[in-house]
Design a protein around this ligand. Structure first.
Ligand code: TRP
Length: 333
């Protein structure tokens, strides 16, 4: 029987180290979503090269992201896990979509403007075209829903516009996807500057917990985390941003509510509190990290996952691409 399940698409670039914010905001949710949707999870290496990458590192990070996905609980038997460059339809559909996308709209994209400012010596066409490639990713799989971070909202909106534009100009072809903007745990702040979001590229690495940090590093960073004046362990982001951030990290990593977290530390001091938060995070990440290391060493297994992922992805992607080529008048033999 054909399943009636809705389709879900998302992807991560194999670039920087991921933080616990990325884990909670993205991968952890993806794991929960895989039983509900037909999930397509990509590793966006074609997006990655829109800023300069070292080839050797890009290759390593690709495998390590794949291993991480699986170590976190994404099941390659249940969902389609694949590398973007393995499915040529992405580049091909992006080319077609380029012809119905305007230069002006791309120039107005916030992320393009930010990245152009940060990489002023390399404002390449790919950087500008990034949202069109992302639209191609999503539309190839006729995705109904796309879970992403708040920073991708504009890209999702333009994807919807492009889909509607194509459907109107030719005939209904693409599902117009809904963005799902993740909230739970997505708002983890920097340990040193608790009014700023925890970022994978923060200047001070002590403010971010990376998924690759070992136990000692995690505990050390939490010990050094900025707390607030006073000594009460109470959730109040406006008055106590440092303590509140630590409480929310503790609550998600221990699957407790914030109120339960507060109760755990009633009458305790900041020192014990910070140590406990560090331990709960290290306890959770430890097994994921050792599984990731084990998988990274099993090249044959990872290659197999990528091969079957690419085959499954290409089947649907090529079907959509063939439809598009037909509608726009590309002669087919
Ligand atoms: N641009 C996304 C990010 O940096 C990654 C991405 C690429 C993506 N293609 C996608 C996300 C398609 C969702 C759907 O986070």
């Amino acid at each position: 029987m054909e399943t009636e399940r809705k389709k879900l698409y998302s992807a991560i670039q194999p670039t920087n180290n991921l933080t616990i914010g990325n884990y909670l905001g993205a991968i952890k949710n993806w794991v929960n979503l895989q039983s509900e949707y037909d999930c397509y999870y990509g590793i966006a290496n074609m997006h990655a090269i829109t800023v300069r990458q070292e080839p050797v590192k890009l290759r390593q990070k690709t495998l390590s992201l794949l291993a991480l996905y699986i170590a976190c609980g994404i099941d390659p038997e249940k969902c389609v896990l694949y590398l973007q460059s393995h499915v040529s339809a992405h580049a091909e559909l992006a080319w077609v979509l380029n012809t119905i996308t305007y230069v002006g709209e791309m120039e107005r994209m916030t992320q393009f403007k930010d990245k152009s400012a940060r990489h002023a010596d390399n404002i390449n066409m790919g950087l500008m075209d990034y949202p069109v490639l992302m639209a191609a990713d999503i539309l190839l799989y006729q995705a109904d829903v796309v879970p992403v971070g708040e920073d991708q909202r504009q890209h999702l909106e333009i994807t919807r516009n492009i889909a509607q534009r194509f459907n109107n100009a030719f005939s209904p072809t693409f599902t117009v996807p809904e963005g799902v903007y993740m909230k739970v745990g997505a708002k983890i702040n920097d340990l040193q500057f608790p009014d700023k979001k925890m970022s994978k590229s923060a200047e001070n690495p002590n403010g971010s917990i990376f998924l690759t940090d070992d136990r000692d590093t995690i505990i050390r960073k939490f010990k050094r985390a900025v707390t607030d004046s006073g000594s009460e362990i109470r959730y109040n982001p406006a008055e106590k941003p440092g303590v509140s951030n630590l409480l929310s990290i503790y609550s998600v990593f221990s699957d407790k509510t914030v109120a339960e977290a507060e109760a755990d530390f009633a009458g305790k001091g900041y020192g014990d509190f910070k140590l406990a938060v560090g331990e709960v995070v290290a306890d959770k990440l430890g097994p994921i990290q050792s599984e990731q290391v084990r998988l990274e060493a099993d090249r044959q297994y990872l290659d197999g996952v990528l091969k079957s992922g690419a085959e499954k992805a290409a089947r649907l992607a090529n079907k959509t691409l063939a439809k598009v080529y037909k509608k726009i008048g590309f002669y087919q033999i």
